[in-house]
Ligand binder design. Structure first.
Ligand code: ATP
Length: 245
């Protein structure tokens, strides 16, 4: 069953190794200013292959969300090189914030704690809006959100608004929405924070299936060590630096 709403932007090359979905090379990110300046990322290097599912663990304040922000083109690194799906983000940034935002909408998916859904929209409309905003040139206007909602087990709640859904259900809709434009890279921040053990496993199994079946690279920040059985690789962040866990 094809549960994707669009076409994968960088299909895995059957004849040779595909370019990594994410490359961070010696990335530093300084935040705050003056005496309060903090090095949130300190010489971070990471490569994530197409279809690979990587978890980033580490103590509070270690720099995990900063890593997602830099990988997701939401923050410009102070130094170092970031490449997403073969695209150098610094050169895209030089072409303007509009280019960067378009790239984000078209090629990246974000999943945050508790889904971050728009309160007034039904589950189906959350996906329709994401698709409309991230539509690539030449792509058809309309998109049927039901197959993706079905893939996350939420088609029976298509007409419900976030206030009518449980935490786990909202998270599922958030994942479906993040997949609405068939992203090559999915950035996920604490997806199980509001969920019980069984639902946490279900959500992370869903992410793993996206990686395996559709070649989506997934980088997931988590404090939840129970769910690490689903991922391909675990890396730990301590004081802004990455190390194998
Ligand atoms: N805008 C900012 N201004 C000042 N300091 C910041 C800013 N953003 C992050 N920091 C600091 O940078 C460091 C890394 O923060 P980050 O949010 O990336 O950590 P984290 O590992 O995601 O933490 P948590 O697990 O608590 O979410 C922390 O010391 C944080 O206080």
């Amino acid at each position: 069953m094809n549960t994707r709403a669009g076409t994968h932007p960088t299909p895995p090359d059957a004849t040779g190794p595909a370019a990594p979905a994410l490359v961070l090379a010696d990335v530093t990110l300084e935040v705050g200013d003056g005496d309060g300046k903090i090095r949130a990322l300190d010489g971070v290097s990471l490569e994530v292959a197409t279809g690979e599912f990587v978890a980033v663990i580490g103590p509070s304040g270690a720099g995990k969300s900063s890593l997602l922000a830099v990988a997701g083109a939401l923050a410009a690194p102070t130094s170092g090189h970031v490449e997403v799906l073969g695209q150098d983000l610094a050169s895209l940034r030089r072409r303007g914030q509009g280019q960067l935002a378009r790239f984000r909408r078209q090629h990246l998916g974000f999943v945050f704690q508790a889904g971050n859904l728009i309160p007034a929209l039904t589950a189906a409309d959350q996906l329709r809006l994401a698709h409309r905003l991230g539509r690539r040139r030449g792509e058809p206007r309309g998109s049927d959100p039901l197959p993706l909602l079905e893939a996350v087990g939420m088609d029976h709640r298509a007409t419900h608004r976030p206030g009518q859904l449980s935490g786990g259900e909202r998270q599922r809709v958030g994942i479906a929405r993040a997949l609405a434009n068939a992203p090559g890279l999915l950035l996920v921040d604490e997806p199980t924070a509001a969920l019980d053990r069984q639902r946490s496993h279900d959500i992370v199994a869903l992410l793993a299936a996206q990686a395996r079946e559709h070649g989506v690279a997934v980088v997931m920040v988590t404090h939840d060590h129970d769910i690490l059985t689903h991922v391909d690789r675990v890396t730990e962040m301590v004081d802004g630096r990455l190390q194998p866990a």
